[in-house]
Design a protein around this ligand. Structure first.
Ligand SMILES: Nc1ncnc2c1ncn2[C@@H]1O[C@H](COP(=O)(O)OP(=O)(O)OP(=O)(O)O)[C@@H](O)[C@H]1O
Length: 208
């Protein structure tokens, strides 16, 4: 589960951003909704431990992110957090399988090719396991990004604007896939978006 309290962030040259408290139980899906400039990306980076807050705490599965050293936080992120972005970011020179193996290694886990095969099969990407990322369509790359986000069975999946570039049909499909994938590993799913269409699919909202 994930919770935050009294979070604020100060850009050196900018305004101070303050955020509402967030509570997400294991297995819950929640939307973080906000207009452009409201601080969605900043909040996501705070929740992932990629930025240090001016005030406040982020707890993930009982661990205070800011109580960890930089290397400990990187390891913790690899093991307990999955991230999905609007466009997928892969290592371009190696196959989808190698990208997922790398995600396992970076988390300090034993590499597990059968687990990678199983997840890619489940996401209908088994035939692309040896392909370079560039040989996948945009939709396939998005599914591969979901595979990478769940390969380490994270406690929390953070998705940043996963649907803003999609039409209504693909939006519903990607959200269903994210929810099914999160449910398969009992992860909390937090979707950061300005896409109000998602409020008709997901009941739990926090507005920035
Ligand atoms: N590097 C920076 N230095 C100073 N201010 C910044 C910096 N990055 C973002 N900000 C400011 O912080 C606020 C929140 O930015 P953020 O990118 O988190 O918003 P957002 O909700 O994700 O926006 P969008 O939906 O347009 O991407 C904005 O007012 C922005 O101008």
């Amino acid at each position: 589960m994930l919770s935050s309290r009294n979070l604020s962030y100060q850009y050196p040259s900018g305004e101070r951003l303050t955020f509402p408290d967030i509570d997400c139980a294991a297995g819950e899906t929640r939307l973080l909704l906000g207009n452009s400039g409201s601080g969605k990306t900043t909040l996501l980076q705070l929740l992932a431990g990629l930025r240090t807050p001016a005030t406040g705490t982020v707890m993930i599965n009982g661990t205070d992110l800011n109580g960890l050293s930089g290397p400990q936080r990187d390891r913790f992120r690899g093991r307990h957090l999955g991230m999905v972005f609007q466009t997928a970011h892969f290592i371009r020179a190696v196959s989808i399988e190698e990208n997922l193996l790398l995600a396992q290694r970076l988390a300090g886990k034993t590499t597990d090719r059968p687990a990678i095969r199983e997840i890619l099969d489940r996401l209908e990407l088994g035939h692309k396991i040896k392909s370079l990322p560039s040989a996948l369509s945009v939709g396939q790359q998005q599914r591969a990004a979901i595979a990478r986000a769940i390969i380490n069975r994270p406690a929390v999946i953070l998705a940043d604007e996963p649907t803003s570039a999609l039409d209504d049909g693909n939006t519903t499909q990607v959200i269903q896939l994210l929810q099914e994938s999160a449910a398969a590993v009992n992860a909390t799913l937090l979707i950061v978006t300005h896409d109000n269409r998602l409020t008709s699919i997901i009941d739990q909202h926090t507005r920035l």
